[in-house]
Design a protein around this ligand. Structure first.
Ligand code: C2E
Ligand code: MG
Ligand code: MG
Ligand code: MG
Length: 279
């Protein structure tokens, strides 16, 4: 009986696998089609300096699926990465975000995430240069976010690329800091402008003394290395004041502002400009 049961489980497991594979395949076809029809969207999440002024926005891809609703990037970015779709997708996000930011009535920056596959392409520099030319965005307003996993693949090549990007006048930020393996080595080997401390640390800083010790050390160390520090995923006032008190340069999180569509950003920037004029 036990054997029979075991067999049944295997079958169930296999048909479960088939379903998963089919679903993934369907999703891939849908993503390809959505890209072709320009159905993806870019949302923008504000970043603030210590005085509460907006320093810029991070571009975050969104996929409003006609049947499945809004699909989060955590589901389709890995899929796009595995299927190579990330190259056209990433370029589309970059172009869209730069063109939108070029139209903003404020001198704020726009941050765009780069995935490992994009980073490995030999033509990345040319793509970035061309997008800047086409959109008219000043390179000093563009910031590219890369992750450690991405740099680990081929260190000398990654290093050369980061240098080339900075030579264009573009800033480079190390994203999700603390989730990789060789964080310290990367920090001093690469000419980054900024470190973004991962949300998984930030959401623990007010109730886990070890998490705070790590974040506090990252702030001190980054400043000694002449790097700016951004905290991502700030959700409470207590987290915000702790970070501000310790000189964290830039804040990002739902407490301060959620990712929002383009139209809402334009309004936010307008009200910013109006307040500056008034005061
Ligand atoms: P990320 O680059 O670390 O972006 C920050 C993520 O944290 C965003 O999730 C944002 O909505 C979320 N977040 C910000 N503040 C808070 C907070 O206070 N609480 C919580 N719970 N979450 C917060 P999102 O938009 O779902 O994106 C997830 C990841 O997908 C991004 O993480 C990035 O790695 C990737 N991604 C998004 N758009 C793109 C893209 O255009 N290209 C590439 N290559 N990756 C992208
Ligand atoms: Mg990011
Ligand atoms: Mg991040
Ligand atoms: Mg993160």
């Amino acid at each position: 009986q036990a054997k029979l049961q075991g067999k049944g489980q295997v079958c169930e497991f296999q048909s479960g696998m088939d379903t998963a594979v089919r679903e993934r395949h369907d999703l891939e076809l849908d993503l390809r089609a959505a890209l072709g029809r320009q159905e993806l969207q870019v949302y923008y999440q504000p970043l603030f300096d210590i005085g509460g002024e907006i320093t810029g926005f991070e571009a975050l891809a969104r996929w409003p699926h006609p049947e499945r609703g809004m699909i989060p990037p955590s589901r389709f970015i890995p899929l796009a990465e595995e299927t190579g779709l990330i190259v056209p997708l990433g370029e589309w996000v970059l172009r869209t975000a730069c063109s939108v930011a070029a139209g903003w009535a404020a001198d704020v920056s726009i941050a765009v995430n780069l995935s490992p596959t994009q980073f490995q392409r030999v033509d990345l520099i040319d793509v970035v240069r061309q997008v800047l030319l086409d959109t008219g965005l000043s390179p000093t307003r563009l910031e590219l976010e890369v992750t450690e996993s991405l740099l680990m693949e081929d260190v000398p090549k990654a290093l050369a690329l980061v240098k080339d990007l900075r030579a264009l006048g573009v800033r480079v930020a190390l994203d999700d800091f603390g989730t990789g393996y060789s964080s310290l080595a990367y920090l001093h080997n690469f000419p980054f402008d900024k470190v973004k401390v991962d949300r998984s640390f930030i959401n623990k800083i007010t109730n886990d003394p070890n998490a705070w010790t790590i974040v506090e050390s990252v702030i001190v160390m980054s400043h000694k290395l002449k790097l700016r520090v951004t905290a991502e995923g700030i959700e409470t006032g207590a987290q915000l004041s702790l970070l501000k008190d310790h000189g964290c340069d830039e804040m990002q999180g739902f407490l301060l502002g959620r990712p929002m569509p383009e139209a809402q950003v334009a309004l936010m920037i307008e009200s910013m400009a109006c307040c500056h004029q008034a005061g």
